[in-house]
Design a protein. Structure first.
Length: 219
């Protein structure tokens, strides 16, 4: 596939980005919001501000839509993230590790000690409510109920397909670069191969091949 380019992103509006990938928030959704970048950026900011509402949305979203996540792409984004963000996604990967796609986030040596989202009071809360069953065998200790699942917080796959073009094409083509490139051409057919590569963050040759194939259907 050749080298990849750094993906360019607009100014971040986390609520609108999350709304764009199907989270039920009081925000104007960004059309076709970048899935992996949204998950990465929202998790990093949520940890920084101890925003458990956003973290619960991310965990719930993964539970519903994990099959559509491009984990290698998410891993590349996490290379520049905080240690806490990397550990959160390691814990998510440990939770979902029965699905082979998450194994790439578990290749580094596991930390010796588990870590806690709450700055204080984790032991007390766990003694009262127990531990979140999703993360009991992971690097992360979370009291049960800190990241609740609320019905209606996240769109179902059937509904998200109708609102998110990249999601829909990943269902059609599989989770691959072709799906993302094809979506951008559906949105803006006049994109040159160079601009398409920059838009998606991939090698020119990959973008050129997909644009060539796309134009076969346009003729």
């Amino acid at each position: 596939m050749g080298h990849t380019r750094e993906l360019l992103h607009p100014l971040d509006d986390i609520p609108s980005m999350l709304a764009g990938i199907g989270c039920n928030l009081n925000a104007f959704p960004i059309v076709n919001a970048d899935i992996e970048y949204t998950l990465y950026k929202a998790s990093q900011e949520a940890l920084e501000h101890l925003d458990f509402r956003t973290l619960s949305l991310i965990v719930h979203w993964i539970d519903v839509h994990e099959s559509i996540v491009n984990v290698p792409r998410l891993k590349r984004l996490l290379r520049t993230s905080t240690t806490e963000t990397q550990r959160l996604w390691r814990a998510i990967a440990e939770w979902r590790q029965e699905h082979h796609k998450w194994q790439s986030l578990l290749r580094s040596k596991a930390p010796v000690d588990r870590w806690e989202l709450l700055p204080v009071g984790t032991d007390f809360q766990i003694s009262r409510k127990g531990e979140d069953p999703r993360f009991m065998d992971t690097d992360l200790r979370i009291p049960n109920g800190l990241l609740p699942i609320r019905e209606g917080d996240v769109l179902s796959p059937k509904h998200l397909i109708q609102h998110h073009p990249t999601y829909a094409n990943r269902v059609r083509f599989g989770v691959c670069l072709r799906a993302d490139l094809w979506t951008q051409l559906e949105i803006e057919p006049s994109l040159s191969a160079a601009h398409l590569a920059k838009r998606v963050g991939c090698a020119f040759a990959s973008a050129w091949e997909v644009k060539r194939d796309f134009e076969l259907f346009a003729d």
